[in-house]
Design a protein around this ligand. Sequence first.
Ligand code: CU
Length: 273
Amino acid sequence: MPPGTMTSSAEHQQFDIAFLAMVGAPVMLFVWIYAGYALVNWRHREGDDEDGPPIHGNAKIQATWIGATAVIVLGLFVFGTVELIVPAGAGAGEGPSPIWQPNTSNRLQVQVIGQQWAFTYRFPQFGGMESSTLVLPANTTVEFHVTSLDVIHSFWAYQLGVKADANPGVDNVAFTTTKNQLGSFTVRCNELCGLWHGAMYNYGHIVSQGAFNAWARGVQLQQARNGILNELPPYATTYDPTVIPQLGASIVKIDGITGGAGYYYPPQDPVTP
Ligand SMILES: [Cu+2]
């Protein structure tokens, strides 16, 4: 079982897995018991070289077989489709224009920017401030916009039940709704992305609405004071580091090179998406 029920998606996934296990158990039992029966009763015996009755041409067995398997497969199809629509976004990346949207326009937008080997989170509703830690308020519908600066990564917020590919030049949208369950969760890159792929993880937090607002405003204020905020490009569906102007020396300076506003510096810049 995936851990946690911190969001609607995680809760639904737990339900789906439990439900499918229950539905699958009788099928599995039938196969095992039938296999055991066949092994014991139909094994070859000395002096018995006769074949059993053929299944080929047996209309009753064929109709039962086709009917039962059709019911099982179509039932799973209907269940899977409904489960995809009802939670309005099952926590997976649905591409740039999701078919199913949550029925609230009150969404917290978070742009998830993957790069070798870290995630950066941008909050466009807070002046585009950025953080290397994902902090989310409880009881809130979140709209993730997942993208990458370089190679293919995958944003996997384990206990949130959210996993979305981070591809350069692509805005991959994933929805989830946090529940009233405060605590920490793990974020991992789930796509082999280079040497330090295994180290590409950290921890996020679900906090109260008040604590989140205080945190977000604080970071926004600090970044505005440092002159970062005004230099950041406007919220975009993709994150193109070539459009970020070079900032003052106080911002990022590594090896004498002044970097952009993201958590990277020019030698790390990827090709333009
Ligand atoms: Cu990665």
